[in-house]
Design a protein around this ligand. Structure first.
Ligand SMILES: NC(=O)c1ccc[n+]([C@@H]2O[C@H](COP(=O)([O-])OP(=O)(O)OC[C@H]3O[C@@H](n4cnc5c(N)ncnc54)[C@H](OP(=O)(O)O)[C@@H]3O)[C@@H](O)[C@H]2O)c1
Length: 344
């Protein structure tokens, strides 16, 4: 059996370009005890992968030249030597852009996902998958969200941000999102029910826009971007404000020259708790998060935004669009046309 996969041809400089990727075919290896073979159905396209394409130290090792591009996959079990997986089950784990994945229990996110027929399959890779789980644990555990909080969410029309803002709204908070385009601002307020949106590209002074949106200050800033937005938010936090740091995408295409944060002293002034987190380290909350997210999606209280490309070869383009801010909601690649998606 042949596995078609996408590997790193050479390292990118700045925004990735299609030539850094190459397609190859290799044999699918035999399973050893405890392993599962998936025929992949969906890839989650994630900004954190950009960091792994550079040869720098991070929480995941860099991708080697010629190495598989890593990603979270959802696939159908076609062979199993694991007692908890049977043929026809759906497995999810951090694997790669490939048609077949061999999963071992030690892999990040290794899980038998009970795909329910009343949700599109893509839900399990977006709002009801790790993007939703990240939003949920980021707000509840690391952001210590409370009823009535004034909440700022950056990259608010994106995969994690769109869910984070909606969870905050459903939890009794007032929510404002920052976005990089007028159409994203409309989606965030009109479709997702945020109280307001700030198009940071259209604002001559982001700090003044935040002052208008939060005259009494910000209790909780769910930070997806770092950079200028974090710098502007720091002086506008209320006393004992909380900043769960989910990611810093503003730096991912320029890791050697990150944006200089000038307002860090405001952590002392405002006695801010700022905490970086990795969602998969909140493993004890995963089932709670999945149940809550599925319930909200089924009841129509939470809209699952996604943009879906089809076919293995579309993964590089989907990733480049994500890394240039052109996407809304979760960016996904389905390997076959028959994978069910949310209607737009
Ligand atoms: N800690 C964790 O466990 C965890 C898990 C998943 C994701 N994350 C992080 O969460 C953040 C959001 O991830 P996501 O998957 O939800 O992505 P996303 O928000 O769907 O897409 C990225 C968005 O970031 C915004 N952005 C801001 N500055 C940018 C820049 N310089 N270049 C490109 N885009 C920029 C763009 O929106 P605008 O046009 O609105 O600016 C873009 O659409 C990322 O930082 C990611 O690394 C963390």
């Amino acid at each position: 059996m042949l596995n078609r996969r996408i590997v790193l041809d050479h390292r990118p400089s700045g925004l990735p370009t299609p030539d850094i990727f190459r397609v190859e075919e290799v044999a699918v290896p035999e399973l050893t005890e405890g392993q599962v073979l998936l025929r992949n159905r969906i890839f989650a396209i994630d900004p954190a992968v950009r960091g792994m394409l550079d040869d720098v130290k991070s929480y995941m090792p860099p991708v080697a030249i010629g190495g598989l591009i890593p990603t979270m996959v959802l696939g159908e079990v076609v062979r199993s030597r694991h007692p908890d997986f049977r043929e026809g089950d759906y497995g999810r784990a951090f694997a790669g852009w490939e048609t077949y994945s061999v999963l071992s229990p030690s892999q990040v996110g290794f899980e038998n996902v009970h795909v329910s027929p009343d949700l599109p399959m893509t839900a399990y890779m977006g709002a009801c998958g790790w993007s939703g789980i990240t939003a949920y644990v980021g707000l509840k555990r690391y952001g210590e969200m409370r009823d009535g909080d004034e909440v700022l969410v950056s990259a608010a029309a994106g995969a994690v941000g769109s869910v984070a803002g909606q969870i905050a709204r459903l939890s009794g908070c007032r929510v404002v999102g920052t976005v990089g385009a007028a159409d994203k601002a409309r989606i965030v307020t009109e479709t997702l029910g945020f109280d307001a949106a700030i198009d940071y590209r259209a604002e001559p002074d982001l700090g003044m826009a935040l002052d208008r949106a939060f005259p009494d200050g910000i209790d909780l800033y769910f930070d997806n971007v770092g950079g200028a937005t974090l710098d502007a938010a720091l002086p506008r936090m209320k006393a004992f404000g909380r900043i769960p740091v989910c990611g810093m995408i503003a730096n991912y295409n320029q890791q050697t020259e990150p944006f200089p944060i000038r307002n860090l002293w405001q952590m002392v002034v405002n006695r801010i708790t700022m905490r970086g987190f990795l969602a998969y380290e909140a493993a004890d909350m995963v089932h709670e998060a999945e149940a809550a997210l599925a319930g909200w999606i089924r009841s129509g209280e939470l809209i699952a935004l996604e943009n879906v490309a089809t076919g293995l070869e579309s993964a590089p383009d989907a990733f480049i669009r994500l890394m240039s801010g052109q996407t809304t909601g979760k960016t996904l690649v389905r390997l076959d046309q028959d994978v069910s998606i949310f209607p737009n």
